[in-house]
Each structure stands twice: as structure tokens, then as C-alpha cells.
Design a protein around this ligand. Structure first.
Ligand code: SF4
Ligand code: SF4
Length: 445
């Protein structure tokens, strides 16, 4: 029996899992066709219904949860495509987080070095933006100093892992200077001011995609918003919450709530679906802490994705009329699971893409189905992630689009990887929506 801190995994599951949610599942199976891991394997245990049944069986004492149980919980992408498909409104996302939280206490699978890496990443690196920037400086040096060229020439990374070598190829241009160092903490609206928004810069986002953060701020000012970037904000805590580090995720949530309340903003803007999905659920994350109820509700109600605020509240943007001899540029959209299934905000991105001059928007088949990125899933479960990506790329390639637009950095890297491995390299480019729009914007003086 799996033990940790005195109690068995079964006892901790009993303590952490919401039994009402477990019994809400009526086993209808409507969620099965929406689930990428079920679609890939056809195995019941790899489906939402199967995973809920396993959780319930463990809590009811009908089975003893062991390695196989942990595997099934870890194979879940956490994409939450099963939630909108569920007629009983089962909160699957909460159940899987509770199960992983319990497993984390009792895990039998983590070797000493995995535990060490987890501690370093979750407790030392992500919570500190200064350390993230040091990481960015290191990666920038790695690219610019010629070390990267040498590494690629010698193929040394491939000796450790083929997957790591492929990921290294799509490493973005990191920066040791985040958005605050580049633009300051207050950027005024262009023209008549419509409101004040707070920019959630993200931890990895600000290091690996600083230019996308800059595009986001500039789109907001063009649309009529003063932008405040509170310096004391930190990582959203999504990776922690999805990996069973709930206490750490709660600490980060509280720190972010304080930072944005002090800034007194009308809305809090995210340009990463994965971050936005936990920000919008801070009220749930802190639901058992009465003293945080009001503040977490205040925060969650104000969170908006960049596309949503531009469409719903901003001044209409004008796009350049650049004519091409080849006709309109074909553009498609790979939806972020968390933006679609949790924030319910995919439509505004599609609307914006249809407004850009001289582009033809091509709807991708199954654009809402996960690409296999899912936080760190493509690193922890590379085989399943690759299988999902390969099938996704069949739909991407069928669009014959020049641009695959995404709303989340993880999806962006996964699409770059997909184009590199299975796509039309040289004819197709993956790009974040903020960069795509800003590049084509008619800027005000
Ligand atoms: S979160 Fe995604 S992978 Fe997990 S059970 Fe639901 S649909 Fe399947
Ligand atoms: S759709 Fe909902 S109720 Fe039906 S099996 Fe899936 S989780 Fe259970």
C-alpha cells in the first residue's frame, strides 16, 4: 500500500476528492469522444469516465490505488475538453487536481533526482521572477555565444534524449529583460482612454516571449487602455496546481491578488490560455479560505484574455491594407484548450482573425482538440504527446495555411515542433495572436 506522511494514498484520496462530484458522474459516456487520450487509445481507463470510476473505486475501498492508478491520472492532459461535453456538469478539472494532489503526497514513482528537479523548478525557480530572468539571460547567452551552434553540430543533446534534441530546435529567443525593464510599469492609452487594465506578464512568457508581451501591451494601448504592469506579481501557479503542488499554487494566487488589487485595475489581461485558466479560477483555488473569498472573487471576475478585451471593450483596431499578388494570406487557428474549455474565450480570437485585411480565415478540423502540449505534458509523457501532435498536424496541414495562430505559449511551441516534424516547413509558420495582429496594425501617432 502506498504510504506517505502516515496516511495511505487511499485515505488521502478520501480526504481530498470531492465525493459529490464523483457521484455526479452518471457514466453516460458523452465525454468520451471529446477526450484526446481516449481517442488515441480507445481504452476506458484513459477516458474521463474511466478515470472518475478509478477515483471513486479507490475512495469506496473497492481497489487499492497503486502505480497503475497513478499512471492513469498522469496520462490525463488536463485539457478539460470533457467538461463542456458533460450534461451533468461534472467538475472533472477539480477532481483530477485533487487526485494529483493526493498522489503527490504519496508518490511512489518519483526518483530522488526527479524530486530534486521538482523542488528546484516549483519552489525556487517559478516563484521568483528574478531567477526566471537569470534563466532568460542564460538562454540568451546560449543562443548568441555560439554554444547552441556547437551543440547542434555535435548532436550532444540527442545522446541524452531524442525528444530533448527536438525541443532544443524550437527554443525561442529568450531574454534577460522582461517587459517592465523594456516598457516600465505604466504605459498610457493612445487617444481617448477607455479604462485601465493590468497586464499579467507570466513567468516563462516574460522570459521566452517578451516580444509577444510587448505586442500585447501595444495592442491594448492602441485599443484605448492605460496598462499597468504590477512589479510584485509572480507566476500564476498553474503548473503547481496541475502537478499536485496546491499549497504553493495558493501562495502564488494570494500574492497576485494583492499585486493587482493594489494597482486598482478594471481588468486583468492574460495572453496565455494556460495562465488565464487558473487566474479565472483563483476563487475556486482559495474556496476553503474564508478570508480570501472576497478578494479572490474580485480578481477572478476581472480576468480576460487579450482577444476578449479587444473585441468586447476596446476601440476597433485598424489593419493595414497590404495587397499580395498571391491573393489573401491563409490563416488558421489552433485553439488553446484552457482558453476554450475554461475561459470560454476562443470565439473573439477567431473574430479578430476575420477582421484582418487581406487574410482568408480557414477553420481547422478539430481546432479545439488538444495539440499535446498541455503544460509540461510533452516532456513528462512524450510518447502520447507525439502521437496526439502527429494526428493534429494532419488537420493543420489540410488547411494549407501560411500561419497557424495560437493563444498560448505552450501551443505555440508545440505547433512549431509539429511544423518542424510533420508539417510544411518553409511554407507554414506558427505565431501568437498578439504578434500576428500587432504586425498588421495601423498604429496611431
Ligand atoms: S482533461 Fe482532457 S485528457 Fe483528461 S480526461 Fe478530460 S478530455 Fe481527457
Ligand atoms: S459526460 Fe459527464 S456524466 Fe457522462 S460519463 Fe462523462 S463525466 Fe460522467
Amino acid at each position: 500500500m502506498s504510504k506517505g506522511q502516515g496516511a495511505t494514498l487511499q485515505e488521502t484520496l478520501m480526504q481530498k476528492l470531492d465525493y459529490d462530484q464523483l457521484t455526479n458522474c452518471m457514466r453516460c459516456g458523452f465525454c468520451l469522444p471529446a477526450c484526446p487520450t481516449f481517442k488515441e487509445t480507445g481504452i476506458e481507463a484513459e477516458s474521463p469516465r474511466g478515470r472518475i470510476s478509478l477515483m471513486k473505486a479507490a475512495v469506496d475501498g473497492l481497489m487499492e490505488p497503486g502505480i497503475r492508478f497513478e499512471d492513469q491520472m498522469n496520462h490525463c492532459l488536463g485539457c478539460r475538453a470533457c467538461e463542456p461535453a458533460c450534461p451533468a456538469d461534472v467538475k472533472y478539472g477539480q477532481l483530477i487536481e485533487q487526485a494529483r494532489d493526493a498522489i503527490e503526497v504519496h508518490t511512489t514513482q518519483h526518483r530522488w533526482w526527479v524530486k530534486g528537479v521538482r523542488k528546484l523548478v516549483f519552489k525556487e525557480l517559478f516563484p521568483s521572477q528574478q531567477r526566471m530572468q537569470l534563466l532568460g539571460t542564460g538562454l540568451h547567452f546560449y543562443k548568441m555565444s555560439g554554444i547552441q551552434k556547437l551543440v547542434r553540430k555535435t548532436g550532444v543533446v540527442g545522446l541524452f534524449s531524442k525528444h530533448m534534441a527536438t525541443m532544443e530546435k524550437i527554443l525561442p529567443d529568450a531574454s534577460g529583460k522582461g517587459i517592465v525593464e523594456r516598457l516600465g510599469t505604466f504605459i498610457p492609452a493612445k487617444g481617448k482612454k477607455l479604462g485601465t487594465v493590468g497586464m499579467f506578464r507570466g513567468c516563462l512568457m516574460d522570459v521566452l516571449f517578451t516580444e509577444t508581451n510587448i505586442s500585447t501591451v501595444k495592442l491594448l494601448t492602441e485599443a484605448g487602455f492605460d496598462v499597468v504592469i504590477p512589479e510584485s506579481q509572480n507566476c500564476c501557479g498553474a503548473l503547481h496546481a496541475h502537478s499536485g503542488e496546491t499549497d504553493q499554487a495558493k501562495q502564488m494566487a494570494k500574492s497576485n491578488i494583492r499585486a493587482f488589487q493594489e494597482a486598482g485595475v478594471d481588468y486583468i489581461i492574460s495572453n496565455a490560455g494556460g495562465c488565464g485558466a487558473i487566474l479565472v479560477e483563483y476563487d475556486h483555488l482559495l474556496h476553503d479560505e474564508e478570508e480570501w473569498k472576497e478578494a479572490s472573487t474580485w480578481f477572478a471576475k476581472r480576468v480576460k484574455d487579450i482577444s476578449s478585451i479587444l473585441v468586447e471593450k476596446g476601440r476597433p483596431l485598424r489593419f493595414a491594407e497590404t495587397l499580395s499578388q498571391q491573393g489573401p494570406t491563409r490563416v488558421t487557428y489552433q485553439e488553446s484548450c484552457h482558453l476554450r474549455n475554461v475561459m470560454k474565450g476562443s470565439q473573439p480570437t477567431k473574430q479578430l482573425l476575420q477582421r484582418v485585411s487581406n487574410t482568408a480565415y480557414i477553420e481547422m478540423k478539430d481546432s479545439g482538440s488538444c495539440c499535446g502540449s498541455a503544460g509540461i505534458y510533452n516532456m513528462t509523457q512524450p510518447e502520447m504527446a507525439n502521437q496526439i501532435l502527429e494526428h493534429k498536424m494532419e488537420n493543420v496541414n489540410a488547411t494549407i495555411a501560411s500561419y497557424v495562430v495560437t493563444s498560448n505559449p505552450g501551443c505555440l511551441l508545440q505547433m512549431k515542433l509539429g511544423i518542424d516534424k510533420h508539417g510544411q516547413t518553409g511554407h507554414m509558420e506558427a505565431v501568437h495572436i498578439a504578434d500576428f495582429l500587432y504586425d498588421r496594425l495601423v498604429k496611431q501617432d
